[in-house]
Structure formats: structure tokens, C-alpha cells
Write a protein that binds this ligand. Sequence first.
Ligand SMILES: [Zn+2]
Length: 65
Amino acid sequence: MSWKILAEQSIVDGKQTLTEDDIRSMVGAPSLAEEAEAEKRASRNECVCGVINCSDEYAHTTSGY
Ligand SMILES: [Zn+2]
């Protein structure tokens, strides 16, 4: 899903009324910053709970912690 394209569709009279982050928060998607943060965690193999190589990562990722 490209939120950027949706944001560009909000352009009225040459002015963009919604930013990509606006769209993301409207649909409940993670913000750009949150997504970058999640990607950084994933590249370190870090669980959402902050533990690297967490043994309960599947449960933490799917149901929170
Ligand atoms: Zn965990």
C-alpha cells in the first residue's frame, strides 16, 4: 500500500491538504517514523519487547507484550 500516493490525491488547488503521515494515522497504519523504527529493530533481530533474539518473539509480535 502506498500511502504517499493517497496523500498526493489530497492535493487541492496545488496544495497538499494531507501528509503521508496524516493518511497513515487516519487508517491506523504506523507512521513513517514508527515504520523506520520497526525496520531498524527487524534488522537487529530485535523483538517488539526490546530483546534481541527474543525466544517469545512470535507471541510478542502477534499478540503484543
Ligand atoms: Zn519479545
